[in-house]
Design a protein around this ligand. Sequence first.
Ligand code: PMP
Length: 326
Amino acid sequence: MTTHREPLDSVLETVGETPLVRVGAAPEEVPVYAKLESFNPGASVKDRIGEHIIRGLLEQGDLDPGGTIIEPTAGNTGIGMALAATQLDVAAVFVVPEKFSVEKQQLMAALGAEVVNTPTDDGMEGAIERAHAMAADRENAVVPQQFANPLNVEAHYETTGPEIYEALDGEVGAVVMGCGTAGTLMGTAKYLREQNPETHVVAVEPEGSLLAERFGEENEKREYHIEGIGTHDPTTNELFDPELVDDVVQISDRRAHDELKRLAREEGHLVASSSGAASAAALDTAEAIRDGEVDVPYDTVATVFPDSSERYLSKGIYESFEGWTQ
Ligand code: PMP
């Protein structure tokens, strides 16, 4: 276990064991705790899957040492995978839709990866297609497919879930987390439901995203600015298992933005839009529990703040709502 109190051999050993911190705005009776994933070496939750997926691909024989991974990503996965790739003798190429932040793309390149941009209008789906086309053209190249790879869920099942459970002495009433690939929520929920099948599980997506379709809900497809969660094509979210989810909630760009600014001003959290959305949804869940609208085994809510706002300063994250979304 990482204690940060003794010398370590590699930066990879600093992944995980992030702090779990109480969110001050939650009702007194139903505390909300957020796992601060910016404490990872690549400063996001995706460091957890980088090493796990690359080692898994090598062990399964899907990739040979010296080979190349080619992954479609909004950026954080690229950073997490690039960090691990350099340590494991694997080359990395990331296919990133243009709209995603330049900070992330610069960090991937700094870690030795090649970055290929696809048009914003083609969405994440366009990046996925391009990655597969590139892998077909290269020797010993594989697309790890974070959107479909069970190793993504497994990384969180083995780390995020147990860390939350242990930090709260097993008293986890609800988990409320944003879904991009849904790896974080699925792995955590699977672990926590095994410990207590009554654990209430809430998936969070931006307004305008269509993940709730997998739940039989019909919502209007719209663009959104919250970065890292949501989808316009739920068929790509192969890891999302409705069986593990009690509710899917939508958070507007404006609410996520108000909340990420409040978290900085009032609570000292320099977190980004997917954290703002997760926090807003976790606070709503805590209030619903307090008001007796949701049954939970314990009056405690856990969430994840996936990354930090510093990664989005170029996108005007701390400007007015109009400035951020223009
Ligand atoms: N927030 C941010 C900023 C992300 O980059 C991601 C990953 N796309 C998520 C949340 C969601 O994580 P997951 O893919 O595990 O659902």
